[in-house]
Write a protein that binds this ligand. Structure first.
Ligand SMILES: N[C@@H](CCC(=O)N[C@@H](CS)C(=O)NCC(=O)O)C(=O)O
Length: 250
């Protein structure tokens, strides 16, 4: 099965797709793309949309972390990514939808806002990636790419302040899925990969990690993606982080 996964290094849905390929035991090649530039490359290689993860597998093109989980399940049912029981499957699909549609984007906005303020940490997110040019050179020319990525993702002050205010509620929801056994079980499922990678990316920010790491959500991320690449030192305004103080612990 000829398989190539197109990713942006440290992109959370890209890591989810990669972990799901490994879960299935499907051998794959990976193409690492720079943000923003990725859009043109994906179009040039024939994908209809401009986001990663994008997968060529068995002659088909599949784009988006949720279409990818479904396609992998179709192509290789074992080991499964979704429970066989209909009710449990519906719960996992709903948690996966939440991870994709509600959790992913605020984390993405917080990260791009932080990197736009100071792009030095960007290098740590690309460590080990093969982006087609030396990392040092890529980082010297990163400012316009970062500015565009922050703009495309609407990582404005207002949006990021709102994201931080909403984050405790999102984390409560993840802890709730774990308490209900929808995610965090012995057998990892598609929602585990979808959600734990967003939490893993959030925990690369020193500003956010203390509010997450002692929650069940933080423990799940450490289990599913222990070596999440990248570190961003404190940069967010203290007043914006106020809603995250006094967070519950596991
Ligand atoms: N919800 C989609 C999101 C895909 C997405 O927005 N990916 C980002 C990277 S995390 C992307 O490709 N951004 C384009 C860019 O940064 O230029 C999924 O799970 O596949």
């Amino acid at each position: 099965m000829a398989t190539r996964l197109y990713v942006i290094p440290a992109s959370h849905p890209s890591i989810a797709a990669e972990l799901m390929l490994r879960h299935k035991g499907i051998a794959y090649k990976r193409t690492d793309l720079l943000p923003v530039i990725s859009k043109g490359v994906l179009r040039a290689v024939g994908f209809p949309q401009v986001t990663v993860p994008a997968l060529k597998i068995d002659g088909r093109k599949v784009q988006g972390s949720r279409p990818i989980s479904k396609e992998l399940e179709r192509l290789r049912p074992d080991p499964s990514l979704f429970p066989a029981d209909a009710d449990r499957r519906a719960a996992v699909e709903e948690a996966e939808r939440f991870g994709d549609e509600e959790l992913q984007h605020p984390i993405r906005q917080i990260l791009w806002w932080s990197i736009k303020k100071d792009n030095k940490p960007l290098r740590s997110y690309s460590e080990g990636a093969k982006i087609g040019l030396p990392l040092g050179l890529a980082m010297k020319t990163a400012a316009p790419i970062v500015a565009l990525a922050a703009r495309f993702n609407e990582a404005s002050d207002d949006n990021v302040r709102g994201d931080l205010a909403a984050l405790p509620g999102l984390l409560d929801k993840v802890d709730g899925y774990i308490a209900a056994g929808t995610i965090g079980g012995d057998q990892l499922n598609a929602a585990d990969f979808q959600i734990a990678t967003s939490i893993g990316l959030a925990m690369t920010l020193d500003d956010l990690r203390p509010a997450i790491e002692r929650r069940p959500a933080g423990a799940l991320a450490k289990r599913v993606v222990p070596d999440y690449p990248g570190t961003t030192p404190p940069i967010l305004p203290a007043a914006w982080l106020e809603p995250l103080r006094g967070q519950p612990v596991a």
